[in-house]
Ligand binder design. Structure first.
Ligand code: PLP
Length: 452
């Protein structure tokens, strides 16, 4: 085996193990880029500055190899074949479930339902738990920060059941207004559903406190961890929610993978969502009994290669250490919050002012330039940012913007990416010949967007 940055990082011995604390050096994004084959390619002759990890992350070789191994060496369906490759495929698929459980500290792998993405996981809860438990005039509390995936399924449910939705508003800096949350909880909602980390603004919500408040009001809680699991250590036992969901493709894993964690007693009581093969125990012409959880919720042939790839991605991240990844991104966000306003006069940055309150996301606008133009011009310099509403149209209505541009990070992102972004944005401004007066320079951070 050659010593790539990947396996070197995986094997890195602690710098110091004095006492009980283990101190490891910060992540080395430049070295880690060697683990991601996409960086072998040049875009317009330049190294890719990939600043769209909140949309989907890049995939390390370890993930690609794990998927390739399944496809080349032991392709077979799962839970069916009583032959060598069939048993290997089943073992690898089930091993991924165990890895997911371990990664988020779930008490029992049987509480992990393997799904295609966070959207499917939320729909599963809305259709299965929701249709059985939400009735006329019941309330579900969401927030203004939600991705459409944690909004539209609930809209469909309340329309069908003649129930109500309420929304926790945000302060101007993108943090949730917890006083209003407390007031909304007095309506005794049946369910509260909110994102752990906002994909639009990066806000890290106080999940533990919010779950406690919701439980005290008698509500169940679903936490959308799509932007948290890839960037922070997540412990579902400590968070103490009832449902927690995430997508594999944002966690350095493949598309078509993801997970729903839910308390065992809830899953046991919930009716099936999709029906067909795999989710059954006995089928007769007019009657069926169902499999145990979690397989009751895994109808049909799953995306086996993707599930195995997700397991490999979680191994990769666990070896690097999620606390180190969080620290790396906190440092990068802090750097971006300092450099962009200084180097790009007039830029508006949305969301919390402190990197401590943000995941690896920096959302911004250049006055007078549409974010699509920003993204298109940056692409000429091989800088990839997202432009649009980021599947958070209600949040953008609240910000008073139809669209924004967003830079987001992961293990392979570094200060050089941010320096290139700053330089690229200056070039965009030159193209559009924007004035860059001192007064514009002072207009930074979310306070610029005084909306209340
Ligand atoms: N929730 C949040 C906070 C997200 O950022 C996303 C994707 O961007 C989703 C849910 C939906 O993820 P997916 O499209 O993988 O289902």
């Amino acid at each position: 085996m050659t010593l790539t940055a990947e396996n070197a990082a995986a094997r890195a011995t602690p710098e110091s193990t004095a006492g009980t604390a283990t101190v490891r050096p910060p992540l080395d994004p430049q070295a880690l880029r060697a683990d991601f084959p996409i960086f072998e390619r040049l875009i317009h002759g330049k190294r890719l500055a990939y600043l769209d990890s909140a949309s989907t992350s890049l995939k390390p070789r370890r993930v690609l190899d794990a998927m390739d191994g399944y496809n080349r060496r032991y392709t077979a369906n799962v839970h069916r074949g009583i032959y060598t490759t069939g048993e290997e495929a089943t073992a690898a698929y089930e091993e991924s479930r165990v890895k997911i459980a371990r990664f988020i500290n779930a008490p029992d792998p049987h509480e992990i339902v393997q799904v295609r993405n966070a959207t499917e996981a939320i729909n599963l809860v809305a259709y299965s738990w929701g249709r059985r438990n939400i009735g006329r005039a019941d309330t579900i509390v969401l927030t203004e920060l939600e991705h459409h995936a944690n909004l539209v399924p609930w809209q469909l449910l309340v329309q069908e059941k003649d129930a109500d939705l309420e929304f926790v508003p945000i302060h101007d800096d993108g943090r949730l207004n917890l006083q209003t949350y407390e007031v909304l909880l007095r309506t005794r909602p049946k369910l509260v559903a909110f994102t752990h980390v906002s994909n639009g603004l990066g806000t890290i919500n106080p999940v533990r406190e919010m779950v406690e408040m919701a439980h005290a009001a008698g509500a169940l809680v679903l936490v959308d961890g799509a932007q948290a699991v890839p960037h922070l250590p997540v412990d579902v036992r400590a968070i103490d929610a009832d449902f927690y969901v995430f997508s594999g493709h944002k966690v350095l894993g493949p598309t078509g993978s993801g997970a729903l964690w839910a308390r065992r007693e809830l899953l046991d009581a919930m009716p099936p969502f999709l029906a067909g093969g795999e989710m059954i125990r006995e089928v007769h012409l007019r009657r069926t009994t169902f499999n145990d959880v979690p397989w009751k919720f895994e109808a049909g042939t799953p995306d086996i290669a993707a599930a195995i790839g997700l397991g490999a991605a979680l191994d990769y991240l666990a070896d690097l250490g999620m606390d180190r990844l969080r620290e790396h991104e906190r440092e990068l966000v802090g750097y971006a919050l300092e450099v962009l306003p200084r180097e790009v006069p007039g830029i508006t940055i949305y969301g919390p002012a402190s990197a401590d309150d943000r995941g690896g996301v920096v959302t911004f606008n250049l006055p007078g330039v549409h974010p699509h133009d920003v993204a298109t011009l940056l692409d000429r310099d091989a800088i990839a940012v997202r432009a649009g509403h980021h599947c958070t149209q209600p949040l953008h209505e609240r910000l008073g913007e139809a669209a924004t541009a967003r830079a987001s990070f992961n293990v392979y992102s570094d200060r050089d990416d941010i320096d290139r972004l700053a330089k690229g944005l200056r070039s965009v401004q030159r193209v559009f010949d924007r004035p860059t007066s001192e007064s514009h320079a002072a207009t930074t951070q979310a306070s610029a967007n005084d909306l209340d």
